[in-house]
Design a protein around this ligand. Structure first.
Ligand code: ADP
Ligand code: ZN
Length: 234
């Protein structure tokens, strides 16, 4: 069966560091059979493999700052040019600046419009979550120390480590960078009919359900708006 472009879910998951964008993005993408694209994962893979990109990005990431727009836009443009996104995609970690958002709109020209979901979580909850977050040194899977006290990855058994940018001082810098550069994106998108905010200060399952419901609501509105004239109006 071919998936028509019109039914593609082109989802952007917005939210502060530690909001659960990665967890939710992976789940949503798996449920819909579409690729999940995390710019943080792309950069961490590059650092691990020691590529040119990794060498350029490493120090910036470890300081909690943003890798430059031009480089990030080139990476995402190339990724969204591949055929596997024809049925939709989930984008996590991009855009992170208004310049990236403008570039993404340009990349999306002629494609089904973005659905943008903001996962909102208060700052104090984020700091506490990031302090408890551990990642698998082997496969990158994230977990919380209260879920995995035995310090082994639930997926592959690898050793759990603190992500190098989850130390307290770098977390504070990431939250500052988020407030400065990324939170303005909520204003950039909030007037669009395909924007929704969900409360992320709940269990992963509850946030996942809210995210799925928000996407469904946008799709239902879109379908109603597309009904032939005369049918959609009372
Ligand atoms: P977070 O847990 O903060 O959401 P990510 O895994 O998305 O972390 O990103 C980790 C780091 O990678 C960021 O702090 C930043 O240095 C870099 N990065 C990821 N995506 C972008 C982007 N779109 N623009 C600039 N830098 C990025
Ligand atoms: Zn693992």
């Amino acid at each position: 069966m071919t998936v028509t472009m019109g039914s593609a879910i082109n989802l952007v998951v917005l939210g502060p560091p530690g909001a659960g964008k990665g967890t939710q993005g992976v789940e949503f993408a798996r449920g819909h059979g579409i690729p999940q694209i995390s710019t943080g994962d792309i950069l961490r893979d590059a650092v691990r493999s020691g590529s040119e990109l990794g060498r350029r990005a490493r120090a910036t990431m470890e300081a909690g700052r943003l890798v430059d727009d031009e480089l990030m836009i080139a990476i995402v443009r190339e990724r969204l040019d591949r055929e596997d996104v024809a049925g939709g995609f989930v984008l996590d970690g991009f855009p992170r600046t208004v310049a990236q958002a403008v570039a993404l709109d340009e990349i999306m020209t002629g494609r089904p419009p973005l659905i943008v979901i903001d996962i909102a979580v208060p700052d104090d909850a984020l700091v506490a979550r990031l302090a408890r977050r551990r990642v698998c040194g082997a496969c990158g899977q994230a977990t919380s120390v209260d879920l995995s006290p035995e310090s082994r990855c639930g997926r592959c058994g690898g050793e759990l480590v603190l992500r190098s940018d989850d130390t307290e001082s770098v977390v504070r810098e990431r939250l500052r960078v988020y407030a400065d550069a990324t939170r303005p994106l909520v204003d950039y998108y909030s007037q669009r009919p395909s924007f929704r905010a969900v409360d992320g200060d709940r269990s992963p399952a509850e946030v996942g359900a809210a995210l799925a419901a928000a996407v469904d609501a946008v799709l239902a509105e879109r379908a109603a708006g597309r009904a032939p004239a005369g049918e959609s109006r009372a």
